[in-house]
Every structure is written in structure tokens, then in C-alpha cells.
Design a protein around this ligand. Structure first.
Ligand SMILES: [Ca+2]
Length: 240
């Protein structure tokens, strides 16, 4: 009996750290395990044991630990998709993808507060960012409401605050505040208001193009409605 007690005492910390090692919740957990790990594709478990999902971890920008939840880099993935895809996630962690609203909800509704960094680049190679000290996605039953605040300007301007408090909309699920359908009109999926200042899931159009109004990968406060960005990525991490 005494031996068993000692055994449990010795094994307890091992067992708990083992669980953590095998099932990191996000890229911040992966970073804490080994601070020398480079940026790249890793497996995380945002909803526990059976929720394995591949993501891109940014371990370099502003201290690293970022879990990328959305990324456009080359137009290789079609982002004009219905509700179920935005709920569950799609694309490739090594390239363009959307992590999924369920994963975003679970990650950002744990005890720790999350911050958001939006990195973007134009076709001339100029890079800017917008940073928010608080980012949270509500539950599906409430429409995955976006809560974002605490803006810091890295040259991009604040195109997201207009979307704060909005429900998520896709072309087949209109939860925006416009009488018509924002997702259909602007060929994306987002927390549309009436409709947008940011359309990161819009059509990849390789730069300036005013043939169709504001349907591109738009961040209005930086490049206006007629410019579709070369890259944009939204990444989150727990506030330390
Ligand atoms: Ca509508």
C-alpha cells in the first residue's frame, strides 16, 4: 500500500505532462514544450483528445506562439464555400486554410484570453499589420458572434472593429444586418455587418481590380475596396 502511494506520487506529474505533450491545445502549448521549434505545420487538439487538426504555427513574429486561424497566400484554395465548411474548417495547413468556427470558439472560450494579429502584404512586397488585444468567437447557437477589441495599428488601420458583435454569414446562411446577402454580394464569408470593411475570405484577385466592387481579399483601411491583397493571415495566441 505504501509502495503504491509512492508510485502514484512519482508518476502523477509525469502523467499530466505527458498528456500535455501529446495533445497541445494550440501553437502556444507547442512553443512552451520546446521554444526552439520553427514556424511550420503542427497538430493541435483544440477540443481535446479526438479533435486533432493540422495548423500553421507562426513561431517567429512578435514573440511567436501564434496559431494561424485563416491564411491566404496564393489563391490556390476556393474560399467561396457554404456554412458547413466554415463551421468545420477547410484547406491545407501548409498553404491556404480556414481553421473552422468550432475550433475558434473552443480555443477562445477557455479561461485564457486570446489576442489577434492580422498580418498582410500587397503585391509590391509592403507588409503591415493590425493587432487586437482581445479576440473571441461565440457559440454556434448564437451565430458565432465576433468579439474583438484593443486595436493597435501596424500600418493597416482598423477595418475589423466595424465587424465587432456581428454573427458569421456564408452565402447559404445570411446572418448579416443588410437586407440582402453580404456573402453572395461580396463573394466571401465573414462576420458581415451591412456589409464590410474587411473581406479576408473574398476572391483572390492578384491585386488592383475594380471590375467588381469589393469582392476581393480586402482590408479597406489600408488599400481600399478595389485592391485584393497578396497575403493575409489571422493568428491568435493566449495573452501572457
Ligand atoms: Ca442579410
Amino acid at each position: 500500500m505504501k509502495l503504491l502511494f509512492v508510485f502514484i506520487l512519482i508518476m502523477a506529474p509525469l502523467m499530466s505532462s505527458c498528456n500535455n505533450l501529446n495533445q497541445p491545445l494550440d501553437c502556444s502549448d507547442i512553443y512552451q514544450q520546446d521554444k526552439s521549434k520553427p514556424s511550420g505545420v503542427y497538430t493541435i487538439y483544440p477540443m481535446g483528445g479526438r479533435s486533432a487538426v493540422q495548423v500553421y504555427c507562426d513561431m517567429a513574429t512578435a514573440g511567436g506562439r501564434w496559431t494561424v486561424i485563416q491564411r491566404r497566400i496564393d489563391g490556390s484554395v476556393n474560399f467561396y464555400r457554404p456554412w458547413d465548411f466554415y463551421k468545420m474548417g477547410f484547406g491545407s495547413a501548409a498553404g491556404e486554410y480556414w481553421l473552422g468556427l468550432d475550433n475558434m470558439h473552443y480555443l477562445t472560450n477557455k479561461q485564457q484570453k486570446y489576442e489577434l494579429l492580422v498580418d498582410m502584404e500587397d503585391f509590391e512586397g509592403k507588409k503591415v499589420f493590425a493587432r487586437y488585444s482581445s479576440f473571441k468567437v461565440g457559440a454556434e447557437c448564437g451565430g458565432y458572434i465576433l468579439q474583438v477589441s484593443g486595436f493597435t495599428d501596424g500600418g493597416a488601420g482598423d477595418s475589423l472593429i466595424y465587424h465587432n458583435g456581428m454573427k458569421f454569414s456564408t452565402f447559404d446562411k445570411d446572418q448579416d444586418l443588410w437586407p440582402e446577402n453580404c456573402a453572395r454580394k461580396f463573394m466571401g464569408a465573414f462576420w458581415y455587418n451591412t456589409c464590410h470593411y474587411a473581406n479576408p475570405n473574398g476572391v483572390y484577385r492578384w491585386g488592383a481590380d475594380n471590375s467588381l466592387f469589393a469582392v476581393g481579399v480586402v482590408w479597406h483601411h489600408w488599400k481600399g475596396y478595389d485592391y485584393s491583397l497578396k497575403t493575409i493571415s489571422m493568428k491568435i495566441r493566449p495573452v501572457q
